[in-house]
Design a protein around this ligand. Structure first.
Ligand code: AHM
Length: 363
């Protein structure tokens, strides 16, 4: 006889976790629950995106296809942004939001929100260029305690905090199934949306990432624009070596959440290094790097900007970018070693007025 195991829903899990903290007020639990609700609605709309495209292409709609296509694809980012902001505002546990989609912070001005103790930073629809080709996209969020006094409107300083100050962070991946993965600094747990009951159910408890994976993820099309250390590191990734399981497979979806999620579960390195065109890389410290770094570290991995722990970088601007290397610790350390080695050589050569020759970093 089969006994159906009781599934733990996200809400039940959040409540169980709250009970572990006798003095918890429940505000963070409510906030996480609000984010879970908003994610379900965005999931519903993301799943309809293909249908909207199909209607347009079969001519059911009368307006010009290109115009509507552009409009509708863009609308989904805007929709996700507006929906998350509206849910957080309505939930009253959030004093304000910083979004990748908005130039400035949004301070909630009602009495409850002014007295709330948390602020949320988010990228409501990351990888949005993938929507119209039906590739996985995601939402990334992070939660901080405000620094300003309760009762006041939140200020930019409330959002410009180091990643080490995060109270919680997570992502939602809208993939072959929709999942919500989050941490409050006590491990990482993953929940899969069961559409038949409309609930996120605990599917991946206590996620741990392997120390060494078989994958590296990078936009290799920029090879010639990367620093030399990274070019040589990529050469190292594809060399043969049994001990380090090389050559590693290159996997790059171009949706950070999807690339990270795969590597988190299976092991691997994700990187977005600086390029000659983008000296700080592309990804945003507050909306993308910090929340993902918190999750990766909580799963036992590493996250750096090539030199320093991502979580210890002091943000100075809301939309600041940072190079990022994160995932399985051994792979991140190796990338850092290549960077350091080539930077030292370049500095020495510059001091001696010499051009550099080929070098190797020990495997
Ligand atoms: P977006 O904010 O325009 O969606 O860009 C963010 C995305 C990440 O999800 C992904 O890792 C990266 O951009 C891919 O960039 P590139 O196409 O330069 O490799």
């Amino acid at each position: 006889m089969h006994w159906k195991q009781h599934v733990v829903t996200l809400e039940e899990f959040i409540i169980q976790r709250q009970l572990d903290f006798p003095f918890a007020s429940g505000e963070l639990s409510n906030l996480l629950r609000d984010i879970g609700y908003a994610a379900k609605v965005v999931h519903r709309e993301v799943n309809k995106a293909g249908l909207v495209d199909a209607f347009m292409l079969t001519g059911v709609r009368t307006a010009p296809v290109m115009f509507l296509q552009g409009e509708d694809v863009k609308k989904l980012d805007v929709y996700a942004n507006e929906h998350f902001i509206a849910s957080l505002r309505a939930g009253r546990e959030c004093a304000g939001v910083g979004s990748e989609e908005n130039d400035d912070i949004i301070a909630f001005d009602d009495a409850n929100s002014r007295n709330a103790q948390y602020v949320v930073l988010m990228d409501p629809l990351d990888g949005s260029s993938n929507i119209d080709v039906n590739v996985s996209i995601g939402t990334i969020f992070s939660i901080y305690r405000r620094q300003s006094n309760k009762g006041d409107l939140v200020r930019q300083e409330d959002f410009l905090q180091k990643g080490t100050e995060q109270v919680a962070a997570g992502y939602v991946i809208y993939g072959s199934s929709t999942m919500l993965v989050y941490t409050t600094g006590k491990g990482v747990n993953g929940f899969t949306l069961d559409p038949s009951i409309g609930e996120f159910c605990l599917s991946n408890p206590n996620i741990k990432t392997p120390d060494l994976g078989k994958v590296y993820s990078v936009n290799q099309g920029y090879y010639s624009k990367f620093p030399e250390g990274i070019r040589r590191f990529i050469d190292y990734c594809v060399e043969d070596d049994k001990d380090t399981k090389r050559p590693w497979s290159m996997r790059y979806i171009g949706s950070m959440v999807a690339d990270i999620h795969r590597n988190l579960i299976k092991g691997g390195l994700f990187m977005y290094p600086p390029t000659t065109d983008a000296p700080s890389g592309k990804l945003r410290l507050l909306y993308e790097c910090n929340p993902i770094a918190f999750i990766v570290e909580q799963a036992g991995g590493k996250a750096t900007d090539g030199h320093q722990r991502i979580l210890e970088l002091q943000p100075t601007e809301l939309h600041q970018r940072s190079p990022v290397y994160l995932g399985s610790s051994q792979q991140v350390e190796k990338a850092e070693a290549f960077l350091a080695d080539f930077e030292t050589r370049a500095a020495k050569e510059a001091a001696n007025g010499k051009a550099g020759g080929p070098v190797s970093v020990k495997a």
